[in-house]
Design a protein around this ligand. Structure first.
Ligand SMILES: [Zn+2]
Length: 193
């Protein structure tokens, strides 16, 4: 086993030993809300938003973007599992601000090895064995956090499957302080009608 695999399984054993009555939790989130946020390792929605098991849906992807798949999850979240309020939470210092579609396409063309970043941007080893497939992907990168939150709230709000009475709140998580900072124009765009 790898060290990480060992560590995860050991941690899980400890977690399961103190599982208590959580096995009795119902499937629908008890507090009837959902959060769409970034996969960034510094963000722990359970901690920054005060969640316990069974409370809320947390949908995560690179950037916390309102991709088709994120919207798929949100629609399931309300339609089948009863959430009534949604948050879109992007964050400061997001990795999605460090590249764009063209850069990612070029990096993947160079090789499938890990790229590296320095003051001048991302670099690939160009060791070969890459693929041009990355040039056909919309990577949903970010140039301005407030704008990305706003556009994602708008995209969700304007989706025909999303009912008008679900408010969508737009926030930026500050990785330096742990605070959630509202993007007022996003919350305004997401307000329940
Ligand atoms: Zn991020």
């Amino acid at each position: 086993m790898t060290k990480i695999l060992d560590e995860v399984l050991e941690a899980n054993q400890k977690y399961a030993e103190n599982f208590g009555d959580k096995g009795d939790l119902p499937m629908p989130p008890g507090r009837h809300f959902a959060i769409l946020t970034c996969m960034d390792a510094r963000l722990d929605p359970a901690k920054y938003a005060g969640l316990a098991e069974g409370n809320a849906h947390v949908i995560r992807n690179a950037g916390g973007r309102a991709s088709d798949d994120a919207i798929r999850s949100l629609v399931i979240s309300y339609k089948l599992l009863g959430t009534r309020e949604w948050f879109v939470i992007h964050h400061t210092d997001c990795g999605m601000e460090t590249f764009n579609n063209e850069i990612m396409g070029d990096l993947l063309s160079g090789s499938l090895k890990c790229a590296t970043i320095d003051a001048s941007g991302w670099h690939d080893s160009n060791a070969g064995g890459g693929t041009t497939d990355g040039k056909f992907v919309e990577w949903l990168t970010i140039t301005d956090q407030a704008k990305s939150v706003l556009s994602d709230v708008q995209r969700i709000r304007n989706n025909s499957m999303v009912p008008a009475d679900i408010p969508i709140y737009g926030y930026i998580y500050d990785t330096k302080t742990g605070r959630l900072i509202e993007v007022p124009e996003a919350t305004e765009a997401g307000k329940a009608g």
